[in-house]
Design a protein around this ligand. Structure first.
Ligand SMILES: *Cc1c(COP(=O)(O)O)cnc(C)c1O
Length: 362
């Protein structure tokens, strides 16, 4: 089978150039005499890999020096608990905005530690828009306000961050980090699972104000969840996910070579614009998301019946486009078009939608 256009929500498409680079290095990393998979994490080679990954992320995201960049294990989901256990005292209030499945899971997980306050929700309309947050609903003594900035399953994005007063803002940017030009300084903490725009799964990148995480936390918290421990040990308290860190570095350097995050956002806007355009002008395909909330990395769409959906997915697959099925909890279709998906892939998808609409079946 030839390589296809992969619209997976994650793990997702990686630029071919990056895969080839990794393939070249896999057998014998330059200067190391062994693969990244085999080298000691305490070796000079690996130290320079992790340092370069961090430095590249700092450059392309304009991360100021007073923010730490941490490589944590357990994906984005483990951060749902880590955020609460690091930033809040047990039983302290913490605010959550519910905009989909991940934000809800984050609230549920956090609730084991904090007293959750739901400050907004778009559940009334199946999470098809980003609800406003009334700043007055955020108590001054809340530990943080948590949002999921790009909702991967429902295809919505916060294009404007909520006002949060002096309460720290924590955002899950898993599915748009490096794909949207995020102003780090408007956040107190950002986290993101790596498998959308930063390579393999299993790792999360945490970008947090040092002053927020440089504190002693409840000793009952597992040490691997402690941001302070990760910060004080250069993300190497234990053996880190070496290969994931290496791949995230390759992905970040690729973004930099392409012109940086603004260029990625421009390309993602072009791809999403083409797709929304054809959906908005269609009589059988439609997108349920409010215009001001549309994601440029995850585009959801529906067809009138399940039969139509199945027929469309089959036709797309036959044309070399995979993983267009919507999340198992919502059905329909979804095209995740992260940095690794070339414009050509979106063009092919648009053509397939037009042909399907014109009555073609393959
Ligand atoms: C994918 C995703 C997650 C979950 O990531 P895991 O690495 O599987 O834990 C959490 N939040 C968002 C917004 C995501 O897109």
């Amino acid at each position: 089978m030839e390589r296809v256009f992969n619209f997976s929500a994650g793990p997702s498409a990686i630029p071919e150039e990056v895969l080839q680079e990794a393939q070249r290095d896999l057998f014998n990393y330059p200067g190391a005499g062994c693969s990244v998979l085999e080298m000691s994490h305490r070796s000079p080679s690996f130290q320079s890999i992790i340092d370069e990954t961090e430095a590249t992320l700092r450059r392309i995201m304009n991360i100021p020096d007073d923010y730490a960049v941490l490589f944590m294990q357990g994906g984005a989901t483990l951060q749902f608990a880590a955020v609460a256990m690091n930033l809040a005292k047990r039983g302290q209030k913490a605010c959550y905005a519910l905009t989909g499945q991940f934000s809800t899971k984050s609230m549920e997980e956090g609730s084991k530690w904090v007293e959750p306050i739901i400050v907004s929700s778009s559940k009334d309309k199946t999470f098809s828009y980003i609800p406003k947050i009334d700043p007055a609903s955020i108590p001054e003594d809340a530990a943080y306000l948590h949002i999921c900035a790009n909702n991967t399953i429902f295809g919505t994005t916060y294009w404007e961050l909520p006002e949060h007063g002096n309460v720290p803002l924590v955002a899950d940017w898993s599915s748009a980090i490096l794909g949207v030009d995020i102003d780090v300084t408007k956040h107190d903490m950002i986290y993101a699972g790596a498998q959308k725009n930063m390579g393999p799964s299993g790792m999360a990148v945490v970008i947090a104000k040092k002053s927020l995480i440089d504190r002693e936390i409840d000793p009952v918290v597992p040490i691997m969840l402690s941001y302070k421990t990760a910060m004080d040990n250069g993300s190497m308290y234990n053996t880190p996910p070496c290969f994931s860190i290496y791949m995230a570095g390759l992905m970040a350097k690729w973004v930099e070579r392409q012109g940086g995050v603004p260029e990625m956002e421009k390309r993602n806007r072009e791809k999403a614009g083409m797709l929304y355009d054809v959906l908005d002008n269609s009589k059988i395909f439609s997108n349920p998301v409010a215009l001001d909330s549309r994601s440029i990395t995850n585009v959801t769409f529906t067809l009138p019946t399940q039969e139509d959906t199945d027929a469309f997915l089959k036709m797309a697959k036959g044309r070399g486009m995979i993983n267009l099925k919507g999340h198992r909890s919502v059905g329909g279709c979804r095209a995740s078009m992260y940095n690794g998906l070339p414009l050509e892939g979106t063009k092919k998808l648009v053509e397939c939608i037009k042909d399907f609409e014109a009555g073609k079946r393959e």
